[in-house]
Design a protein around this ligand. Structure first.
Ligand code: ADP
Ligand code: MG
Length: 355
């Protein structure tokens, strides 16, 4: 069952050198109860997509529906519909906490409930309850200026959730927090999603955040979704060099020869995928490869760094560079040693080389 449906959106901005097309033919289905993560580099159109769903900007074309409500319709020939943001039954959490500084935590969280028609007592009860779920009930009487960034973001989350909207939108909500807090709040969000089962669209440029949080992942590039699927599926089977790189894969050039043999400077690998024979780029994750010393090897160890949990080993050769992560207990060969790699067939990907 699809809760949110986005069809064929087109959004462009007036730029100094003409219009910038931010989204073109952009479509996305978000199932009820899923937390769909839009993942991509800065400028790929993530915020534009969220803002269009929230009604903060008007696309030039397309349709957006939420459950059985049409939020926006500007398809050719269709009757135009634009539902105002405050009638969309959507809660939103931004990167900047955007709390009202002159209202207490409780008043901030009560506000959406009151706007929905709840009386003061009812709104206060709902606000206390949701503050408890984000573990901020003891902060109810404080003002935003008296809270840490992490606390402010929890309160912003409570405010977005209090009216139990049909859909929650998150625009890089953890990006302003330092690393430790970010991880804590990320896990908290995952817990809340499991516990409350809300439907959400979550935007981030951070792969590990996306993998940890998403029940569905949509990888975006240049205003388009380039891969959609479960985190495991995308991580294990990136459809393109772009997606593989985005998740931190090594990429080197190679030749795909029949029957399924990949020739590269790092070694020869068995290949079981669908890419046609010919010049290719080969991608694999740093932890998927195993180093073997080989006096005939075309690459050599250039550096090795012990990181406690594992070794990071850099290889060099024939204008290619590779990073390998190997178990901490396995001391890598000395710098200068000639080596080749072993990679299991299900961990090596090949894509047609760009001409
Ligand atoms: P993201 O959130 O993925 O970083 P955005 O949706 O903010 O990306 O932006 C997508 C593209 O649209 C970028 O090229 C950006 O420069 C452009 N853009 C976004 N907002 C505006 C604006 N208000 N005016 C002009 N260009 C914009
Ligand atoms: Mg953005």
């Amino acid at each position: 069952m699809s809760s949110l449906s986005v069809e064929n959106l087109r959004v462009s901005y007036a730029g100094r050198e003409g219009a910038v097309v931010a989204l073109d033919g952009y479509s996305l289905d978000v199932a009820e109860g899923s937390l769909t993560v839009l993942l991509g580099e800065s400028g790929c159109g993530k915020s534009t997509a969220l803002n269009a769903i929230a009604g903060l900007l008007q696309p030039e074309a397309g349709r957006i529906t939420l459950g059985n409500q049409t939020l926006f319709d500007r398809r050719p020939g269709a009757r135009h519909v634009t539902t105002a943001p405050n009638h969309r039954d959507i809660g939103m959490v931004f990167q900047s906490y955007a709390l009202w500084p002159h209202l207490s935590v409780l008043e901030n969280v009560m506000y959406p409930a009151k706007r929905r028609g709840a009386d003061r007592t009812e709104a206060a009860r709902a606000a206390h309850e949701v503050l408890k779920t984000v573990r901020c009930d003891v902060l109810a009487d404080r003002y935003p200026g008296e809270l840490s960034g992490g606390q402010q973001q929890r309160v912003a989350l409570a405010r977005a959730m209090v009216a139990r909207p049909k859909l929650l939108l998150f625009d890089e909500p953890l990006s302003n927090l330092d690393a430790g807090l970010r991880r804590g709040l990320r896990d908290e969000l995952a817990r809340l999603h499991r516990q409350l089962g809300f439907t959400g669209v979550y935007v981030t440029h951070d792969q590990s955040e996306a993998l940890a949080l998403g029940t569905e992942l949509a990888v975006m590039d240049g205003g388009k979704i380039v891969q959609l699927g479960s985190p495991e599926n995308i991580y294990q089977r990136p459809v393109s060099e772009f997606v593989a790189r985005f998740f931190g894969a090594n990429v080197i050039s190679g030749d795909l020869l029949p029957p399924g043999r990949l020739d590269t400077v790092a070694g020869t690998f068995e290949y079981h995928g669908n890419t046609p024979v010919g010049p290719v780029v080969v991608a694999f994750m740093p932890h998927a490869a195993e180093i073997e010393t080989d006096t005939e090897g075309k690459m050599h160890v250039s550096a090795a760094m012990y990181l406690g949990s594992h070794w990071e080993v850099r290889l060099d050769g024939a204008n290619e560079e590779v990073l390998v992560e190997q178990p901490a207990a396995q001391t890598p060969p000395a710098p200068g040693t000639r080596v080749r790699l072993r990679i299991p067939p299900d961990k090596v990907h090949a894509y047609p080389a760009r001409p």
